[in-house]
Write a protein that binds this ligand. Structure first.
Ligand code: SF4
Length: 351
């Protein structure tokens, strides 16, 4: 009887128990797989699915994406977070169309030259579209699985840990005949069985390969990252309305760049609750709702909002804003916490 290797065992399991009906699994073509892999960076599958489908419907080809305006791309991205991904996606599409005659590179090394495509995303796209088995895909789930299989000591992000993990991932790489289901199998195992908390070892197809299981303490691998203190930012959102509804402008700053928002004033903590100086024409600001805290990966945003009813349209235009009506469906590019305030305004019918 032949004994199956780790990769072969995982592939058999993936084909019987893994996920087979994700929307991007219908494709073996690089545009659709690149789009899904970029969206899946640091984002759960369930969150990505509706964004992916909307995106593909609006931009069915790399040419249509490259020809779009950046704000149309960012409007569709709004709510998915990590907005630099959306901007890089657009830049990469332009690069493929303008510099590569519309053809995606067919190797991980070539794909990694595109903006926003790191080695892991490149390896996944190459595995799924051209069966290249030269580079391993190592996302967060895969790190956890392989750290447990090989009992890799240390924390994610530490040099020694990352080096050992990469060496283990390279050792396990199968041939190109099964690289696609193997890569999918690692992802599926990490999300369905070898979860961060309470891994389901009794149901695990690769239990016999797993050193952490043999040690009896799988959850200690990998050790959690040491939390970096977040940067605290103190922001005031200034909403303004006229007979034409609420007014917004494209955001220039780093956090929501490319999205739409009212005026965003950055304040010192000590001044955050004081009435800020407003551009001319922003009349009689009143506080709107409660202050909120919005957590990003490396930043904590403290938000409060002011509302100026019957602002001066001329002044608003001079401040770079444009009218966007009163209906949330006309505001697809608002970041989530801004949208919550805007909806509160409409609910209270104070506009
Ligand atoms: Fe993860 Fe347990 Fe499977 Fe090891 S045996 S890979 S810890 S689920």
């Amino acid at each position: 009887m032949t004994t199956l290797s780790f990769a072969q065992t995982l592939v058999v399991w993936q084909e019987q128990r893994g996920r087979m009906d994700l929307p991007w699994q219908r494709f073996r073509t690089p545009y659709e797989r690149w789009l899904s892999e970029v969206m899946l960076q640091q984002t759960q599958v369930e969150t990505v699915i509706p964004y992916y489908e909307r995106f593909l419907k609006t931009f069915p080809t790399v040419e249509s994406l490259a020809a779009a305006q950046e704000d149309a791309v960012m409007k569709l991205w709004a709510g998915l977070g990590y907005y630099s991904r959306g901007r890089n996606l657009h830049r990469a599409a332009k690069m493929v169309v303008n510099d590569l005659k519309g053809l995606f590179p067919d190797t991980a090394a070539g794909l990694a030259e595109l903006p926003g495509v790191g080695p892991s995303t490149a390896a996944a796209v190459a595995a799924f579209t051209s069966g290249e088995a030269r580079e391993p895909m190592i996302d967060g789930n895969v790190k956890r699985v392989l750290a447990r299989i090989h009992a890799v000591p240390g924390r994610v992000g530490e040099k020694a840990f990352e080096k050992l993990l990469e060496a283990a991932a390279r050792r396990e790489l199968p041939g190109s005949d099964i690289i696609a289901p193997y890569t999918q199998g690692l992802m599926d195992l990490g999300s369905l069985v070898c979860r961060r908390k309470a891994p389901n070892c009794p149901a695990c197809p690769v239990q016999r390969f797993c050193r952490a299981h043999a040690e009896g303490t799988p959850e200690v691998y990998p050790q959690p990252k040491t939390a970096r203190p977040k940067t605290e930012r103190w922001l005031v959102l200034v909403f303004a309305s006229t007979a034409e509804g609420l007014w917004f402008a494209p955001v220039e700053g780093r956090i929501w760049k490319g999205l739409q928002a009212p005026i965003v004033l950055e304040r010192k903590e000590a001044d955050w609750l004081k009435r800020p100086e407003l551009p001319q024409g922003f009349r009689e600001p009143v506080a709107l709702g409660e202050s909120r805290v919005h957590e990003l990966t490396h930043q904590r945003l403290h938000l409060r909002a002011l509302f100026c009813r019957n602002a001066d349209a001329f002044a608003l235009r001079s401040a770079g804003l444009h009218p966007a009506g009163l209906h949330p469906e006309r505001w697809p590019g608002l970041p989530a916490p801004v949208l919550e305030y805007a909806e509160e305004l409409i609910k209270r019918q104070s506009v």
